[in-house]
Design a protein around this ligand. Structure first.
Ligand code: ADP
Length: 486
C-alpha cells in the first residue's frame, strides 16, 4: 500500500530557520513531484537569498553556545536524533521513495545508512583530540587544540536525499559547527523530515537550518559570499563544484567537494565471474545507476568478455522495473525528464558508433521516467559513455587485453572518485589497487560505502573526505598554542 507522504507527521510545507517553520519572505511556491507517477506531493515556499541570509544570521548567533556545550552533551543530542531516525525509518523511507523514486527497500537502507553517520559522529564528538609536541627548548610548551570552523553551508543533490545531508550535518554538529542546509529542489521533503526529527531530538534553534527553493545559484551565492559562513560543503556535479570553489576564492572560504565520478569496473580473467556479475549489478544498477560511485565503464578482459556479457545480460533482463512502492521492484524511475534524456543520448551515441544492445536500450513508455536496464557490448573509447557519467541503468562493456592497457584506460579521465576490480592473483590485486588513480577502490566487491570509512575523490572528483575518523577534520581548525617562559 502506498503511503500519502504529504500527510506525514514528519512533513511541513516550509523551510526551517532559527527553530521556526517559515516561508520567510518567499512569495512563490514550487512543486515536488513523484517521478514514478508524476503526481504532486507538495508545494513548498520558493525561498532564496533573503531567507538564506536570515538562516545564516541564526546559525551565526547560535554557534558559540552550541560549541560551548560539553562534547558529551552534543553527543547525546545527536544520539537522540539517530534513535528517532531509526524509530521512524519506514516513514522517512516512504517520503524518500515518493519524492526520489528509489525502491522502498533501498530507501529504507539509505535512511539507516544516513542515520549511521549521525551515530558515528555522535561517538566521534567525544574524541576530538589535540596534541602536545616536545618543544625545542625547555622553557616552552607546545600544544595543538582543535576548534569548530563556525557556520557551515551545505548544498546537496537529489540522488541520496537523506545520506548526503547526514554525512555533512553529523560531523559539523558533532564538533560544534552550526549549519545552513540547501537540499536539492527535487527532493526537499526528506530534508524537512530530518529537521522535524532534529527538532524533536532537542537540537537548539539556529543550529540546523533548512532552506528550500529552486534558485540554487542565488542561494549558493549568498552562502559563498556571506562572511559569516566559514565553510561550504557541497555534493553534486563537478560543474557546480567549480562555480562554488570560484565563489569561495574571494574570502578563501574552506570547501569540501564531493563531485562527479566516472567509475571503471574491471574484470580480469582470473576473477570469479559470478561474483563479478553480482558486484556489477550492485555497483551499476543500485539507485537505477544514479550514484556518483556507480560503475560507469565496465572493462572486461578479452577471453572472459563474452561469458561475462551473457551472464550479466541474463541477470539484468530479469530485473524488475517499476514504482518503488511495489514489492520486489529493483529499478525505479530516473529522477526527471532531463535525467532520462541524458541516458537516451548516451545510448543513442553508442549505438550510432557501433555498440550493440544485449538487453534494454530504451525508455519505458507510460507514466513516469523509466529507462529499461541495459547492457551494451562492443563499446569503444570514442563513445560518450567512455567520457561522461551516464547516471542511469546502462552498463557499457569495453574489451581489454593487458593489465597495462586497462590501467591506462581506467585512469584516462579527469575524475577520480571510485573504481572497482575483480581479480584472483594477490600480486595483481596490490599492483592494480596502487595504480588506479581513485579515492576509493572496491576489490572483489561492488559495494564499499560505510560511515566507518573515508569517502571522497581525487583529481576533479573533489576535496576532503566524509565519514570515518577523518571526516571530522573538514569541520575543524587546528590552533597551535606556544607557551613561553615556563
Ligand atoms: P545534479 O546534476 O546532481 O542535480 P547539481 O550539481 O546540478 O547536480 O546539483 C546539486 C545541488 O547544487 C542541488 O542542490 C542544486 O540545486 C545545487 N545547485 C545547482 N546550481 C548551483 C549553483 N550555481 N550554485 C549553488 N548551488 C547550485
Amino acid at each position: 500500500t502506498k503511503h500519502v507522504p504529504f500527510s506525514s507527521p514528519l512533513l511541513r510545507d516550509a523551510g526551517y530557520i532559527n527553530g521556526a517553520w517559515t516561508s520567510g519572505n518567499a512569495t512563490g511556491t514550487f512543486d515536488v513531484l513523484n517521478p514514478a507517477t508524476g503526481e504532486l506531493l507538495a508545494s513548498l515556499p520558493d525561498m532564496g537569498a533573503a531567507e538564506t541570509r536570515s538562516a545564516i544570521d541564526a546559525a551565526h548567533a547560535a554557534q558559540p553556545a552550541w560549541a560551548a556545550r560539553p562534547a558529551k552533551e552534543r553527543s547525546v543530542t545527536l544520539r537522540k536524533w539517530f534513535d528517532l531516525m531509526v524509530a521512524n525509518a519506514d516513514e522517512l523511507a516512504a517520503i524518500l521513495t515518493a519524492e526520489m523514486g528509489k525502491p522502498f527497500a533501498e530507501a529504507r537502507g539509505e535512511i539507516l545508512y544516513a542515520a549511521a553517520y549521525i551515530e558515528w559522529y555522535a561517538e566521534e564528538a567525544k574524541r576530538i583530540y589535540g596534541e602536545t609536541i616536545p618543544a625545542p627548548s625547555n622553557d616552552k610548551r607546545m600544544i595543538v587544540i582543535k576548534q569548530p570552523v563556525g557556520v557551515v553551508g551545505t548544498i546537496t543533490p537529489w540522488n541520496f536525499p537523506a545520506a548526503m545531508i547526514a554525512r555533512k550535518i553529523a560531523p559539523a554538529l558533532a564538533v560544534g559547527c552550526t549549519v545552513v542546509s540547501k537540499p536539492a529542489e527535487q527532493t526537499p521533503l526528506t530534508a524537512i523530515a530530518l529537521a522535524v526529527l532534529a527538532e524533536q531530538a532537542g537540537i537548539p534553534a539556529g543550529v540546523f537550518n533548512v532552506i528550500v527553493g529552486t534558485d540554487g545559484p542565488a542561494i549558493g551565492r549568498e552562502l559563498c559570499g556571506n562572511e559569516k559562513v566559514r565553510k561550504i560543503s557541497f555534493t553534486g556535479s563537478t560543474e557546480v563544484g567549480r562555480i562554488l570553489m570560484r565563489q569561495c576564492a574571494d574570502q578563501i572560504k574552506k570547501v569540501s567537494l564531493e563531485l562527479g565520478g566516472n567509475a571503471p569496473f574491471i574484470v580480469f580473467d582470473d576473477a570469479d565471474l559470478d561474483a563479478a556479475v553480482e558486484g556489477a549489478i550492485a555497483s551499476k544498477y543500485r539507485n537505477a545507476g544514479q550514484t556518483c560511485v556507480c560503475a560507469n565503464r565496465l572493462y572486461i578482459q578479452s577471453n572472459v568478455y563474452d561469458a561475462f556479457a551473457a551472464k550479466l545480460a541474463a541477470r539484468v533482463a530479469a530485473m524488475s522495473v517499476g514504482d518503488g512502492f511495489t514489492a520486489g521492484v529493483e529499478i525505479g524511475p530516473l529522477i526527471d525528464e532531463q535525467g532520462l534524456a541524458k541516458v537516451e543520448d548516451h545510448v543513442g551515441d553508442a549505438l550510432a558508433k557501433g555498440a550493440k544492445v544485449l538487453t534494454g536500450g530504451k525508455r519505458i513508455d507510460g507514466a513516469g521516467t523509466f529507462f529499461a536496464p541495459t547492457v551494451l557490448t562492443g563499446v569503444t573509447r570514442g563513445m560518450t559513455v567512455a567520457r561522461e557519467e551516464t547516471f542511469g541503468p546502462v552498463a557499457p562493456l569495453f574489451r581489454f587485453e593487458t593489465v597495462e592497457d586497462v590501467i591506462a584506460e581506467a585512469n584516462d579521465t579527469e575524475f577520480g572518485l571510485a573504481a572497482y576490480f575483480y581479480a584472483g592473483d594477490l600480486k595483481k590485486v596490490w599492483r592494480v589497487a596502487e595504480a588506479l588513480e581513485y579515492g576509493m577502490i572496491g576489490i572483489n566487491t561492488g559495494l564499499m560505502s560505510s560511515e566507518t570509512a573515508p569517502f571522497g575523490g581525487i583529481k576533479q572528483s573533489g576535496l576532503g573526505r566524509e565519514g570515518s575518523r577523518h571526516g571530522a577534520d573538514d569541520y575543524l581548525e587546528m590552533k597551535y598554542l606556544c607557551i613561553g617562559g615556563v
